[in-house]
Design a protein around this ligand. Structure first.
Ligand SMILES: Cc1ncc(C[n+]2csc(CCOP(=O)(O)OP(=O)(O)O)c2C)c(N)n1
Ligand SMILES: [Mg+2]
Length: 616
């Protein structure tokens, strides 16, 4: 007879999570680093009680905002290169829906997170319960259906035994490199508390290790043939390089072939910035060194990248009409984009086998020398815009220079939205893999501070430096208090340009009037003089405002020595961004307008559209 144990569905779920293990650096560790939770009537009695039972093996962390706690969970997984992850549980209704944005963020970025929102009663007896949306035409709908399009796997648990197949499927998705993304198990409140005789075998320890699919023999042969004939080859390294732990293999591949590399936002730090053949950032926020090569490349080996518009310059950067893209990706959907020759494989294994298949091939010397010269030129340009200065309102680039000079590269630097991602992509000199954490798939304002907290939980030994604008800071900053409570120190560099600087610049570039972005251009009775230092201090952080770049360097030094989360604030110029490098980005300009500036911008836009490749 099957041995069983009588547990509630919630108890079975939490016990199951404690039994999922992984191996990091030869050490067996729990796959789930913990559970973020904000309780309400939809989860406090069920999941809440069950989490209490396992609190020693699976710690529960309390946050201040459900979106933020899911951000922290997602950043934890990203910092762990998807090898470890967290869960997040909310009540029903608003608590649940607060996590939908974070689910979308994880979905876009292909990051694992287990979302456990409470749901309405499966038995429907007390309906409508507090916070329940009533659909007049569909009795099965709840707000949690909003998770469906932004989850890689969604399930609603309406009977306690359903959790058995649902968790099996959840684990497949969370740990599969190709399918990886958010999983939502929507937990009906009454079912969380319902008991069932679960087979003991369900709770057997399970060790999850990274699956590394090898390339198909035929796809490999075709890719090798194409690459061996390349005169101007270029590698685009995406986030998949980092998630596969393929940096060393990439380094070997580059050393053997001499092929220059450029990096997407997700792939930055695949190679160190010091690497002679790392042209660094590519695309809309790319270096001149990378983009020059991208324009000419005849074979583009795209490794572990989604080829989003910031990488491809809205599909106008790779100009060589005869070019071939080889899509080395673990996910066939990505491998075949833009008519690429697919090479479906794990990045590390794929590079190793492709390297062997093209053994003896070397990129032409002139192409390599051209790349190195471009890099040297870019370094000079970057040094100029990041140099120390005593201007009254520094640029983002000058702040980046100060942070880099003071804190060095051996930190985890993290950003997500505003003008900073572009500047950081171009200018930050990344050290080893994972030292640069950019959430630029969803570019979600409000990711930064909560994300930094998740990164610090994953790597408590590292200084986590968050680069954030005033807009993002004001959108979601409450987890500063959580970081103080947990003793997880963050260094937050807050660039106050008094508004949505990058969107104001985009508005101007598309012919728009300065409208509704910078605070001064909004409907207002009086302009707020926001005291960010007082705000940060009220949440328990240390905080200080720097009056100049020199002052900022002193403040950063103080922040480094601080034992708790520290906010360092500086006023910056909202109108300046780095002109060097970069590439056109497709933002649709109105075809007709009463504004002459818009009509002029439209003309320029139509010229650019001609460069956009259609059909390949
Ligand atoms: C949640 C969310 N809402 C809106 C946007 C669109 N958006 C991108 S950047 C930005 C302004 C960010 O302001 P701030 O953080 O101050 O950075 P700055 O542009 O001034 O550098 C906006 C509104 C977004 N990315 N995320
Ligand atoms: Mg701003």
């Amino acid at each position: 007879m099957t041995k069983t144990v009588r547990l509630t569905m919630a108890q079975a779920l939490t016990r199951y999570l404690t039994r999922q293990m992984t191996v990091i650096d030869d050490n067996m560790v729990p796959l789930f680093g913990g559970v973020w939770a904000i309780f309400g009537h939809g989860n406090v009695a069920g999941i809440g009680e069950a989490l209490y039972q396992v609190r020693e093996e699976l710690p529960t962390y309390r946050a201040h905002n459900e979106q933020a706690m899911a951000h922290a969970a997602i950043a934890y997984a990203k910092t762990n290169f998807r090898q470890r992850m967290m869960a997040a549980t909310s009540s029903i209704g608003p608590g649940a829906v607060n996590m939908v944005t974070a689910a979308a963020l994880a979905h876009v970025n292909r990051l694992p997170v287990l979302l456990l929102p409470g749901d309405v009663f499966a038995n429907r007896v007390p309906d409508p319960v507090l916070q329940q949306v009533e659909d007049f035409g569909d009795g099965t709908v709840s707000v949690n259906d909003c998770f469906r399009p932004v989850s890689r796997y969604f399930d609603r648990i309406t009977r306690p035994e359903q959790i058995i197949p649902a968790l099996a499927r959840a684990m497949q998705v969370l740990t599969d490199p190709a399918e990886c993304g958010p999983v939502t198990l929507s937990l009906c409140q009454d079912v969380q508390a319902e008991a069932y005789d679960y087979p003991e075998s369900f709770f057997a320890e399970r060790v999850w290790t990274l699956r590394r699919p090898r390339p198909d023999r035929d796809e490999l042969a075709v890719a090798a043939e194409v690459l061996k004939a390349a005169k101007k080859p270029l590698i685009v390294a995406g986030g998949g390089v980092l998630y596969s732990g393929a940096s060393e293999e990439l380094d070997r591949f580059v050393a053997a072939t001499g092929i220059p590399v450029c990096e997407t936002q997700g792939g930055k730090s695949s190679l160190t910035d010091e690497h002679a053949l790392n042209m660094a950032a590519v695309g809309v926020t790319g270096t001149s060194a990378a983009n020059r090569l991208a324009e000419e490349a005849d074979v583009v080996l795209a490794v572990g990248t989604r080829l989003q518009d910031f990488t491809t310059g809205s599909w106008s950067l790779f100009k060589n009409a005869g070019k071939t893209i080889i899509g080395l990706n673990v996910q066939p959907f990505d491998a075949g984009k833009h008519m690429a020759l697919p090479l479906v494989a794990d990045a590390r294994e794929g590079l190793a086998e492709l390297g062997a298949a093209v053994a003896g091939y070397q990129a032409p010397v002139a192409w390599i020398e051209n790349a190195k010269a471009g890099k040297a030129e870019w370094r000079k340009a970057a040094a100029k815009v990041t140099a120390a200065t005593n201007v009254a309102l520094p640029s983002d680039a000058q702040v980046i220079g100060a942070v880099q000079r003071t804190l060095g590269s051996d930190v985890i630097v993290l950003h997500a939205a505003g003008g900073l991602p572009g500047e950081m992509h171009k200018l930050w000199q990344a050290s080893g893999p994972g030292s640069y954490h950019s959430e630029y798939g969803f570019s979600c304002m409000g990711y930064e501070i909560a994300g930094g907290l998740g990164a610090k939980m994953a790597r408590p030994d590292k200084e986590v430096v968050i680069m954030i604008g005033d807009g993002s800071y004001l959108m979601l900053n409450s987890e500063i208090a959580t970081s103080v409570m947990l003793g997880l120190k963050l260094t937050i560099v807050l660039l106050d340009n008094r508004g949505y600087g990058c969107i104001n610049r985009l508005q101007m570039a598309t012919g728009g009037a300065n409208f509704n972005n910078l605070l001064r251009d909004t409907k207002h009775e009086m302009l707020p003089d926001i005291d960010f230092v007082a705000h940060a201090k009220s949440l328990g952080a240390n905080a200080e405002k720097a009056a100049s770049i020199a002052d900022l360097e002193a403040s950063l030094d103080w922040a480094r020595k601080s034992d708790r989360t520290t906010v360092v604030l500086i006023d910056t110029d909202p109108l300046v961004s780095t002109g060097e490098g970069g590439h056109w980005w497709d933002v649709a300009v109105p075809e007709v307008s009463a504004r002459a500036e818009v009509n002029a911008a439209r003309k320029g836009y139509e010229e650019k559209l001609k460069l956009q490749r259609v059909g390949d």
